[in-house]
Design a protein around this ligand. Structure first.
Ligand code: GUN
Length: 286
């Protein structure tokens, strides 16, 4: 049976460390870290994510500022809010939940956030820093994935890693982080030909395509570490609750070395890393 990595336990440990840094920042410098979360429209999934993020702030002593705007808000008004938050000394981190309504250009909004407050790590300056290995704020899910890997792998250097998914939020930054640690990285996606054969070569598989149960048992070599970033909500049978399904067929992973479950794997680490990024931004402020 593959080892199941407990993302909730690892996230709790990180939160404990974050809470300690929050207390020290307040004691030493009188700074209370603050995170502004901006939610545009009423996408139910985004509402749940934002609620989790705000609640998590409370747990570690970060002040949260929630801004809810109607789906009809203009790009200009949203930019004006971002500019206000950029200048607000109580706000150390800014997160604009995506997806945004279709009439708003996400790159205009994300590019307007002060890179020093960009706790999502989506601003081109932070993307550039990540790809050149020169610091900056790193996107939360990729950061969480690396911590999950480090909890089961002694040395990533020299390992072969296959990333499935090429998104700006997950696939590309994870590839950069793995490369920085001297893994041999292959970035693939759902249009990649011969994907099962490529995946089967890997010591590490990161599944981030958003396709439920894409990665089957025969795609995975014995002992490989498989990290599941996919979360798809699938309607339950009549009267049953919806269920969350990952990108890996976890019931076919007995021969793997370690796997992350969905839920309870990458998700909790993403939120814990958001809090850690907010505290990092607060620490480096002023
Ligand atoms: N929507 C889904 N994941 C994320 C995330 O990590 N950050 C933001 N801002 N929006 C998201």
């Amino acid at each position: 049976m593959a080892r199941v990595i407990d993302g909730r336990a690892l996230a709790r440990k990180l939160d404990e460390r974050t809470a300690q840094v929050v207390a020290k920042l307040l004691d030493d410098r009188g700074i209370k870290p603050g995170l502004a979360v901006v939610l545009v429209g009423d996408d139910p999934a985004s509402e749940i994510y934002v609620a989790h993020k705000v609640k998590a702030c409370l747990r570690v002593g970060i002040e949260s500022f929630k801004h809810r705007l109607p789906a009809s808000v203009s790009q200009q008004d949203l930019l004006a809010l971002v500019a206000r938050l950029n200048h607000d000394p109580k706000v150390h981190g800014i997160l604009v939940q995506v997806p945004l309504p279709r009439h708003i250009d996400p790159s205009a909004i994300l590019g307007a956030i002060d890179p020093a407050k960009d706790v999502d790590g989506f601003h081109p300056v932070n993307v550039g820093r990540l790809s050149t290995g020169t610091g900056g704020l790193v996107p939360c899910t990729p950061l969480g994935v690396m911590m999950l890997l480090d909890s089961v792998v002694d040395e990533i250097k020299g390992m072969s890693a296959v990333v499935i998914g090429k998104s700006n939020i997950v696939g590309k930054p994870i590839a950069m982080l793995l490369l920085e640690r001297e893994a041999t990285v292959t970035v693939t996606h759902i249009a990649t030909r011969g994907l099962p054969d490529i995946a089967r070569q890997a010591d590490i598989i990161i599944a981030a395509a958003g396709v439920p149960r894409l990665v089957r048992g025969f795609w995975v070599k014995a002992g490989a570490v498989v990290i599941d970033v996919g979360i798809t909500r699938v309607s339950g049978a009549s009267g049953e609750r919806d269920i969350l399904v990952g990108d890996i067929a976890i019931d076919e992973m007995n021969h793997a070395g370690a796997v992350t479950p969905v839920p309870g794997g990458v998700g909790p680490m993403t939120i814990a890393c958001l809090l850690a990024n907010t505290v990092k931004a607060a620490k480096e402020s002023g």
